[in-house]
Design a protein around this ligand. Structure first.
Ligand code: GLU
Length: 305
């Protein structure tokens, strides 16, 4: 397996030059475009890694899968489904152009910014700081890494420059989809996007989703199987931004990417995969990361279809 991962990285490295690191905040623009790493955890809890597998990066949109999971754990499926729909929008993750005049739950899903921001309000906690701490604790629990932390520089950068997210959140408020203080809700969202991870953390989180919420390390139940199904289904249709349909064809497994360059891929019952390569395609997906997943899917017959 290690040789295969190394070969996949070698073969896909050429695509890096066709991508560009995210520049919407200054901190992300500092990423080294040439970093490329992968980690795979199997259902027997075996970990295999290659390249820059231990480099840290911010989870960004990948945390949306855990925000959704936390909202499900805290409320069950109905309140979550009533606030945020599950249909792919076919639009960029931060799009404004909803086709109707009014905004309602059917226009958004948990994998786009509006959906994730709205779901932060469903996380239980006396304050937004406490809601975030519970989200971070859940992330640490599922990854098995108690040291996961917020990257303070990225967080400050997100908060200072996140005016588009501010606008989206005020739109949610204008349409009655959130009632709390917008800045507080956003603070939770910005911190969540700024949680640092490695490919190993992503692979372990993915394996928990692949294994129906049961830890492959010690067999403990981390979360309900139905919630794993919910999150996996939403990742399958909406996890790779407006490239999710193409990804379903070429790779064929639930996955979530983030503009930090990470991709977390869930191969149900078989493995969890974490990839990092910060050069992005125009839709915001890691360009070499997607190619690597295509190669792996082909070699190991990973597609669920
Ligand atoms: N912090 C980013 C934003 O909200 C996350 C975007 C992403 O990874 O898709 O704009």
């Amino acid at each position: 397996m290690k040789e295969l991962l190394e070969k996949v990285l070698d073969d896909c490295r050429v695509h890096i030059r066709h991508g560009a690191v995210a520049t919407y905040i200054p901190e992300l623009a500092k990423a080294d475009k040439n970093e490329f790493g992968i980690a795979v955890v199997s259902s027997e809890s075996k970990l295999v890694c290659a390249g820059d597998f231990d480099k840290g990066f911010t989870m960004q949109s990948i945390i949306k899968s855990i925000i959704l999971l936390m909202a499900l754990i805290d409320n069950g499926t109905d309140p979550v489904r009533d606030l945020v729909g599950v249909e792919a929008t076919g639009k960029p993750f931060d799009a404004f152009n909803y086709s109707d005049q009014a905004l309602n739950c059917e226009h958004i899903n948990p994998m786009i910014n509006t959906g994730a921001i709205a779901l932060c309000t469903l996380i239980k906690g006396r304050s937004y700081r406490e809601k975030f701490e519970r989200l971070l604790d859940l992330t640490r629990l599922i990854s098995g890494n108690p040291d996961m932390q917020v990257d303070e520089q990225v967080y400050m950068s997100e908060k200072q420059t996140g005016n588009k997210n501010r606008a989206l959140a005020y739109m949610l408020k204008a349409y009655g989809m959130i009632s709390d203080d917008v800045e507080e809700v956003l603070d939770c969202y910005f911190r969540a996007c700024s949680v640092r991870a490695t490919t190993v953390d992503l692979a372990r989180i993915a394996m928990a989703f692949a294994n129906g919420g049961i830890s492959v390390v010690d067999g403990k139940k981390l979360f309900d199987r139905n919630y794993a199904r919910y999150v996996n289904a939403v990742m399958m249709t909406c996890g790779m931004y407006d490239g999710s349909g193409e990804f379903a064809l070429s790779v064929g497994v639930p996955a979530k990417s983030g503009v930090g360059g990470g991709i977390m891929a869930v191969v149900p019952g078989r493995m969890g995969i974490g990839i990092y390569s910060p050069a992005l395609d125009p839709k915001g997906n890691s360009i070499a990361g997607i190619k690597a997943l295509e190669k792996l899917s082909e070699n190991l017959e990973l597609s669920i279809f």
